[in-house]
Design a protein around this ligand. Sequence first.
Ligand code: PLP
Length: 369
Amino acid sequence: MPEPIPYLDLRAQIQPLRAEIDAAIARTIDHTSFCLGPDVAQFEKDFAKFCGAEHCVAFNSGTSALHVALMLLGVGTGDEVVTTPFTFVATSWAISYVGAKPVYVDIDDTTFNLNPKLIEKAITPRTKAILPVHLYGQPFDVDAIQEICRRHRLPLLEDACQSHGAKWQGKTIGTFGEISCYSFYPGKNLGAFGEGGALVTNNAEFAKRARSLREHGSTVRYYHDEVGFNYRMEGIQGAVLGIKLKHLEKWTRERQRVAKRYAELLAGTPLQLPREAAGAESVWHLYVVRHPLRDELKKYLDANGVGCALHYPLPLHLQKCYASLGHKAGDFPVAEKAASECLSLPIYAELTDAQIQRVAQVVKEFFGK
Ligand SMILES: Cc1ncc(COP(=O)(O)O)c(C=O)c1O
């Protein structure tokens, strides 16, 4: 059998940067700047600039950033937040952490993102924010959702955890809403050597309070203005992310190359291929194809050494943790169908053309059987 193709190959990404990263980590150790510190502060400046935002506040995870973002927007007990059931669960965790209720709205069948046409029906007097996700690297319909937010005077919180540098109508995402949140989990397009996250905003007050909340609710050591958290980014993560950020645009172009090649090679197969919506420029965090025989196809790819994954096999409204919301199968049929048909193929900057061709060949063999 040819060499297996891993679903994700972080070693291939890190190897060429290894000497630079080792030196940066050594400097952090020499300075003993383990929690926040100069490398994190520099990364915050660089990432804010990358997003075209005035402020970036680094966190220990994307989940923490989302939690604090909802606090900054004043969302609390008994409030509702309109969001998507088809995402990683952390989007909803943030809503639960502040004591609010996730109010789900079904997704669009081709982009997997929140369907703006269905949002207004879900808005009630308790709605305090709208929290859509730029899923798989592709921006949601920013214009339509911004318009709804304006009409209902609701803040927009962007979950950009999967979409570093994605563009809507040519502009980098990050400042379309009041706050945007990012994850630097290792497998993300920009990944740390452990956990990491950030929020970006143009609101100086939000940034100031976010800095306090992530550090035990304090701006002066051992004086605590409000109940806060230990949500600080580690110094080593700031050092690693600072180096990796310099390569992100190049890596994104490579991901776009892979997506384009898949589109060419898989055209004509029975798969439904992912597409960019008008106005959206995806950073292709994931390449998600669809087919009703997804489970069989996954088994075939696994058996033939092609790594693949499911994002996501069960929508949030049907998860055990949210049983108390009282949803049942059929409530969000588009998300449910997507969950049963989606399959993520390998996509990363280092994937060679020969590897892409092999993935396509194995897919074709499956359908030719
Ligand atoms: C859409 C989405 N939201 C939130 C998160 C949470 O980020 P983290 O894992 O850094 O807490 C992730 C990533 O895991 C994600 O993909």
